[in-house]
Design a protein around this ligand. Structure first.
Ligand code: ASP
Length: 353
């Protein structure tokens, strides 16, 4: 018996991939993506009520539906409510599809990918975010390639994770960061290898993937909006730091130097951080560097741990922020429980050494 054609739901949330050029620059255009998909032979098999791709090398086509959001968004306009909505929409359609593709702007894709990795608790199907640097309506668009890789991963890989497909690589969603505003290789996963690579063959590195979860999918979309990120810089004043740490702040991603170092000689700054931590603000130390991890090699780093700042290991700032929003959104968790979970890998987002 021929294998059933895998089914994927594409959530089109916005982003360059579906944009058209208007009088004030590129902007989301309702219907533009679907019109373009219908015109592209590898993406649509004419005559079907839904979209079906031409067959991939393994002989399978992918059947997919597109759920277009209203309004479509430039991802710079996203906030926490949309993270929750994407997760809820995946849950609502979960049983009907083999996998999900989320079309999304590149600007905040790393944040959404991180947030979805936490929100989709018990995920046992692939969820692949993608988009493009050049709109699909343009002849040199990178969107076609990215979308085909994402569709294949969602339909055929069986990797039970939130991923990001871009420029011939599929990365763990909560490990990525946008590193290029102009080039087509826009994302890096500096501390974790790719989950798949699209060369002549599409190679899935299954050994890197998370194990299948045991429970069913569960989404609790409550997120704390009282989380901030602060990049340390030479000369930061006590007033600025104190203002930052004021209520209603509940969580802070502190982006420090090198392997997690802060100016420990500045007693005024250390006192502000210590008192915020004692008040219950959960402060997580991540590095400003693209690659590497926070450790206690230096006195200047150890001093932060001594006043209650949590070591974020190799968490990206995006993943640290999303994880804090998610954990602090759970009223049943005490601050000590949040602190304990913050330093433990929950979705492969950090490496403990
Ligand atoms: N500003 C766009 C967005 O993030 C950029 C993109 O999609 O590449 O929605």
């Amino acid at each position: 018996m021929p294998e059933r054609t895998p089914q994927v739901l594409v959530l089109h949330t916005g982003g360059t991939i579906g944009m058209r050029e208007g009088p004030r620059g590129f902007a989301p255009a309702p219907g533009a993506l679907e019109a373009e998909l219908a015109r592209r032979p590898p993406l649509s098999d004419p005559g079907g009520a839904r979209f079906t791709t031409a067959p991939f090398e393994d002989g399978t086509s992918v059947r997919y539906d597109v759920l277009e959001y209203d309004p479509l968004l430039d991802s710079a306009n996203l906030d926490l409510s949309q993270w929750g909505r994407f997760a809820e929409d995946i849950r609502a359609h979960y049983d009907a599809y083999d996998g999900f593709v989320v079309l999304h702007g590149t600007d905040t894709m790393a944040y959404t990918a991180s947030a979805l990795s936490f929100l989709l608790d018990g995920l046992d199907k692939p969820v692949v975010l993608t988009g493009s640097q050049i709109p699909l309506v343009r002849v040199r668009s990178d969107g076609l390639d990215n979308l085909l890789t994402a569709l294949w991963m969602a339909a055929r890989s069986g990797v039970p994770e939130v991923m990001l497909a871009f420029h011939h690589r599929v990365l763990r969603g909560n490990r990525v960061t946008k590193v290029d505003a102009s080039g087509l290789d826009a994302f890096a996963s500096p501390n974790f290898g790719p989950l798949a690579e699209a060369g002549i063959d599409l190679t899935v590195h299954r050994e890197r993937a998370l194990p299948m979860p045991t429970g069913a999918l569960h989404v609790d979309a409550r997120l704390s909006p009282h989380v901030a990120a602060l990049r340390l810089y030479p000369g930061i004043t006590r007033e600025i730091l104190a203002n930052f740490l004021r209520p209603p702040l509940e969580g802070l991603v502190l982006e420090t130097y090198g392997s997690g170092n802060a100016p420990d000689a500045r007693a005024d700054l250390m006192a502000e951080l210590a008192s915020a931590s004692q008040r219950g603000v959960v402060i997580v130390n991540v590095t400003q560097c693209l690659r590497g991890t926070v450790n206690e090699a230096y006195q200047a780093g150890r001093a932060l741990a001594e006043i209650g700042v949590l070591p974020g290991a190799d968490l990206t700032p995006e993943a640290a922020l999303a994880k804090l929003c998610w954990l602090l959104g759970k009223p049943h968790l005490s601050r000590d429980e949040v602190r304990a979970l913050m330093v433990r890998p929950l979705r492969g987002e950090m490496t403990l050494r």
